[in-house]
Design a protein around this ligand. Structure first.
Ligand SMILES: [Zn+2]
Length: 223
C-alpha cells in the first residue's frame, strides 16, 4: 500500500476515534449485541461524490449499503454466475427483512456516460487485455440507452444523460421486481421500492414517480 496515500486518511480516522466513535460507542455496542437490523437497503453508485450516509445523515445500523457501477440492479438470472448484487438484495430482503429499498442514481454518472457514448461498442470481455467488465455490466442498459438516443433529439446532451440516469433508476426498480422474494414482500405489504436521483450541482435529492416516469425534488425545493 502507498503509505502517503493512506496517511491522507489518518486525520479523518483521528476524528473518528476522538469524536465520532465515543459519541456512538453505545450504539455500536448495541448493534454488536443485538445484531444489525437496518430497515433500508440503499442501492447507489460507486461514485466517490455520492455518499448516501452523508446525504441522509444516517447512523451506523441505519442503511444496508449496496454500491456498484451506475447503481444497476440486474434482472433475476439463474445461471450459476457470481451475482454479488443479487446476493446482497437477497440477504437484505429475506434475512434482514428491510422495509424499503431505495435505488439512488446521480448526475454526472461516469458509468451512464460510458453507456451513452459507446452506443455501438457494447461488448463482451476482451480476453487479450482482460478488460471489458464495465462495458459488459453496462450492457444491461443498452436498450434504454438506444431509446434515449432515438427519442430525445430536442434535448441537450446533459439533458439526455439526465434522462438516461433517471430511466436507469426506473429500470433497476423494474428489475428488482423480477426477484420472486422482492415481489412477494411487496405483495404482502412488507416492502416498498423508491427510485431517486441525486443532483450533484445543487446537493438535492429527486424522487421518482413510477407511473409518470418523472422525477421531482424532495420536499421544499424547486425543480
Ligand atoms: Zn455513477
Amino acid at each position: 500500500m502507498d503509505k502517503n496515500k493512506f496517511s491522507g486518511l489518518l486525520d479523518g480516522y483521528a476524528t473518528f476515534r476522538e469524536v465520532i466513535y465515543p459519541r456512538q460507542k453505545k450504539l455500536f455496542k448495541e448493534l454488536v449485541e443485538k445484531g444489525q437490523r437496518p430497515e433500508i437497503l440503499m442501492i447507489s453508485c460507486c461514485d466517490s461524490r455520492v455518499n448516501s450516509s452523508q446525504i441522509f445523515n444516517s447512523k451506523p445500523g441505519d442503511l444496508f449499503m449496496l454500491r456498484n457501477v451506475a447503481n444497476l440492479v440486474p434482472p433475476y438470472q439463474h445461471d450459476g454466475g457470481y451475482h454479488g448484487t443479487s446476493a446482497a438484495i437477497e440477504y437484505a430482503v429475506t434475512e434482514l427483512k428491510v422495509k424499503l429499498i431505495i435505488v439512488m442514481g446521480h448526475s454526472y454518472c461516469g458509468g451512464i456516460k460510458a453507456a451513452y457514448e459507446n452506443q455501438d461498442a457494447f461488448a463482451e470481455l476482451d480476453e487479450e487485455t482482460g478488460r471489458g467488465f464495465t462495458r459488459q455490466w453496462m450492457n444491461m442498459i443498452k436498450d434504454i440507452s438506444a431509446n434515449v438516443h432515438q427519442c430525445s433529439h430536442e434535448m441537450t446532451e446533459r439533458e439526455q444523460l439526465r434522462k438516461l440516469e433517471q430511466d436507469n433508476v426506473l429500470l433497476s426498480l423494474k428489475n428488482l421486481r423480477s426477484f420472486k422474494f422482492v415481489q412477494e414482500a411487496i405483495d404482502q405489504d412488507n416492502l416498498e421500492l423508491v427510485g431517486s436521483w441525486f443532483d450533484l450541482d445543487r446537493g438535492v435529492v429527486w424522487i421518482a414517480n413510477e407511473e409518470t416516469k418523472k422525477f421531482h425534488v424532495l420536499k421544499g425545493e424547486k425543480d
